[in-house]
Design a protein around this ligand. Structure first.
Ligand code: HEC
Ligand code: HEC
Length: 326
């Protein structure tokens, strides 16, 4: 949803820009199907300076905590605040379709971002996950780590046209139930299908050897914070239905739409770190996603309804407000 919106806004801006310089509007971007594409193989990467950076970027994706997190050898490089890895969510080192893949993302930035209310760069987007999903601090823009993430993303996007309309990007929305999420059913789904790996209280299970997790925490002090995209119930439900339990892919969903909605709400009802200054997100309140779990909002619906739905009445109200402003 938010991705489509941001792409659309970015496209309108691009089209408008090209109109001022030429008379013909920009053509529709070409589609590119990530679900029918084989991502490049790391073993094909050489030891030239760019190749080394790509390999470091891969290491950062899959071994984040030891490289730039709490267990990094150099204390100055402990940028991420929890022991998650990027690939805990961006599955298969960012190559799994509909698990927010990074394939093709190189050619999608800069793009309009509602959370910041302005055009954002790929660097800013990566730092968004650093401050929220990783509950940490931003990477310096000119540092080796940011360059490595950029090199890795560029390499993953080789052969994908810039600005392509990506099939398999982001997540697939669920068919949203016409009701508030049922936390009781969510708790039951969690106990039945998730707790075996993520633990009864969602705190995950440490790896047998070394640091880090075999099964990452989905709640508690070592998980993503309350400003992360994963705390939006519709984003979370979309990820879960098409990627969890582990091994599930977008074409073989296990959870029903309703169970994904309920278990996402249950997970997001659990305690997690709090991010400061969330009230500054989405400076243009009309662009705030209906499921942003924190205010302020442009409508009068309680925070509880933004957190757990139902979202239909909120969308209807937003349409009404938008029409009134025309
Ligand atoms: C068989 C074990 C297993 C089961 C069952 C399972 N998961 Fe996961 N889950 C994982 C692993 C492993 C990862 C990290 C994937 C990776 O790093 O490749 C993960 C990642 C996640 C993430 C993103 C990372 C994080 O820590 O927040 C969420 C959220 C999540 N799972 C929620 C769920 C929910 C909800 C269920 C039940 C519907 C579930 N999982 C069932 C193993 C499991
Ligand atoms: C807890 C899950 C989680 C973790 C861990 C995580 N991300 Fe994300 N990331 C997301 C979600 C969800 C989105 C998209 C939804 C949104 O807008 O927030 C996203 C979006 C992105 C995007 C934009 C993708 C696009 O299609 O435009 C980039 C780039 C990114 N993340 C990089 C990273 C990097 C690098 C790390 C590790 C330092 C990381 N993320 C860790 C959940 C996570």
């Amino acid at each position: 949803m938010s991705r489509n919106l941001s792409l659309k806004v970015a496209f309108v801006l691009v089209a408008a820009a090209s109109l001022t310089s030429r008379s013909a509007p920009a053509a529709d971007p070409p589609p590119f199907d990530l679900t029918a594409w084989t991502p490049p193989q790391l073993r094909s990467v050489g030891d030239d300076p760019f190749g080394k950076l790509v390999k470091y970027g891969h290491a950062l994706m899959v071994n984040t905590a030891n490289q730039i997190g709490p267990t990094a050898a150099d204390p100055a490089k402990r940028y991420s605040g929890n022991n998650l890895t990027c690939q805990n969510c961006h599955l298969k080192a960012g190559t799994q379709p509909y698990a927010m893949p990074l394939t093709g993302v190189w050619g999608q930035f800069p793009q309009y971002r509602g959370r910041e209310g302005e055009i954002g760069t790929l660097e800013e987007r990566i730092n968004g996950c650093m401050e929220r999903s990783m509950n940490g601090r931003v990477l310096p823009l000119d540092g080796l780590e940011m360059k490595a993430f950029l090199a890795y993303t560029k390499w993953l996007s080789n052969g994908i046209p810039d600005g392509a309309k990506l099939v398999g990007a982001g997540t697939i929305n669920i068919k949203e139930p016409d009701r508030a999420a049922d936390l009781g059913n969510g708790a039951k789904v969690y106990a039945d299908t998730c707790a075996v790996c993520h633990g009864k209280d969602g705190l995950g299970q440490h790896a047998a050897t070394g640091s880090g997790y075999q099964f990452p925490p989905i709640a508690g002090p070592d998980s993503y914070n309350n400003g992360a995209g994963m705390t939006r119930v519709l984003t979370s439900a979309a990820f879960l239905r098409h990627n969890m339990p582990l091994g599930t892919t977008f074409d073989t969903p296990v959870l029903s739409d309703a169970d994904a909605y309920d278990v996402a709400a249950y997970v997001n009802s659990l305690d997690r770190p709090a991010k400061a200054n969330l009230e500054n997100d989405f400076p243009i309140k009309m662009q705030k996603p209906v499921d942003a779990p924190y205010g302020p909002y442009v409508d009068d619906f309680p925070a509880e309804q933004h957190k757990y739905g139902p979202f239909g009445p909120i969308r209807a109200k937003l349409r009404e407000l938008a029409a009134a402003r025309k």
